[in-house]
Design a protein around this ligand. Structure first.
Ligand SMILES: CC(C)(COP(=O)(O)OP(=O)(O)OC[C@H]1O[C@@H](n2cnc3c(N)ncnc32)[C@H](O)[C@@H]1OP(=O)(O)O)[C@@H](O)C(=O)NCCC(=O)NCCS
Length: 347
């Protein structure tokens, strides 16, 4: 019978080996590069050790549940929560109930258990455990060039035809619009971001606490990915931020608007951040901008700024344990702020 307990520093090699067996050599290499930052340096770790549970059989590690602790705002309270991330069971031991025990152990130890971007097997397991399925997080795309609407499944002549027909329309929505406030590039989040969170955070029903410590760790310090970060200011008062990066995908170049934050009632402010991102995406020669936004207010502003909602693949499950939530809490997520920058989805 397997025993479940917490990760210890001398487990690192055994976990590495298991990771390679379950996810393959490339993923294991990428995991090694991220590991120290992702698990050991997380400023929200409740203790000195990473929040990882292991399933052991004698000296052998046969399963893990690795998580990302965060502070989560839930209505008028703030609780300890964690994103479930790299969960795995040794191939020969899968489908024997170990995953379920790992999921339950994690859940019993956190104020809220959160999952984003699930694999087919973990999605099924969440369903089997009847955890609330609150996703997927809506995906929004803004086309910038004629290549934006291409689909690999369509034959080339069809792609060319669609590009030609939609071009005038793409030109109209992608045209440059004036910025209505000051936008500054930044390299660090200073204390004014914590003040912004304290001021605006209470407007969200559910959101990860985006204070300066968390933001620096999440967007400035990662060793494996580099972000561009801008701050929105009016008369030197901080009004929000945007985090983005440009990536090459098989279908073309994409600007990912990974995270953003502003008062959801400050439509002009958020629009300014979106317009800045448009300019940056055009300068980087991107065919489109892609973002994920759970909050209804942000989504409305995005749609008024030329974004379209498309099918989302970002599954999302959340289970609040530390505070009592009212009936229907998981059915209305319009006031929740979740983006691609949450959890470790953007790797
Ligand atoms: C996800 C994972 C940790 C689950 O562990 P497990 O020990 O196999 O899970 P359990 O035996 O406790 O639970 C099984 C339930 O999970 C779901 N499930 C697990 N593997 C599945 C698969 N390959 N296909 C579909 N559903 C699956 C089913 O609901 C299953 O219930 P059932 O056996 O009654 O049909 C394991 O399958 C794994 O390591 N997968 C590969 C890595 C991975 O995808 N990790 C998730 C990254 S988000």
């Amino acid at each position: 019978m397997a025993e479940i307990d917490r990760y210890r520093p001398d487990d690192r090699r055994a976990v590495d080996v298991l990771y390679r067996r379950v996810f393959g050599a490339d993923a294991a290499e990428a995991n090694r590069l991220r590991w120290d930052w992702q698990y050991r340096r997380n400023p929200n770790n409740p203790s000195d050790t990473p929040e990882i549970w292991l399933a052991r059989e004698g000296p052998t590690v046969i399963g893990q549940y690795a998580t990302m602790p965060v502070r989560l705002r839930v209505r008028d309270r703030e609780i300890y929560a964690s994103w479930g991330m790299d969960v795995m069971v040794a191939p020969e031991r899968q489908r024997q109930g170990l995953g379920e025990v790992l999921f339950r152990t994690w859940d019993q130890n956190v104020g809220a258990s959160l999952g984003l971007g699930l694999s087919e097997s973990s999605y099924r397991l969440f369903k089997k455990l009847r955890w609330p399925d609150v996703g997927p997080v809506p995906c929004l795309v803004k086309p910038l060039t004629r290549r934006a609407l291409r689909r690999p499944s369509w034959p080339m002549p069809v792609n060319r035809f669609v590009s030609a027909v939609t071009l005038p329309f793409v030109r109209i929505i992608s045209r440059a619009r004036p910025l209505r406030a000051q936008v500054e590039r930044i390299r660090q989040f200073d204390d004014s971001f914590t003040d912004l969170w304290n001021r605006v955070g209470p407007k969200f029903d559910v959101a990860v606490r985006r204070d300066a410590r968390y933001l620096n760790w999440r967007y400035v310090e990662p060793p494996h990915v580099r972000y561009s970060i801008v701050a929105l200011k009016r008369n030197d008062v901080l009004g929000g931020y945007a985090v983005y990066r440009h990536v090459q995908e098989p279908r073309g170049r994409v600007t990912l608007l990974v995270d953003f934050f502003a008062d959801p009632d400050d439509e002009a402010g958020f629009k300014t951040l979106l317009r800045w991102t448009d300019r940056e995406a055009r300068a980087a020669d991107s065919d489109k901008i892609r973002a994920f936004a759970q909050h209804g207010g942000f989504r409305r502003t995005m749609k008024r700024s030329g974004y379209f909602q498309v099918k989302s693949t970002l599954d999302f499950t959340a289970k609040i344990n530390a505070v009592e939530v009212p009936d229907g809490f998981y059915d209305d997520t319009e006031g929740w702020h979740v983006t691609l920058g949450d959890s470790d989805q953007d790797r």
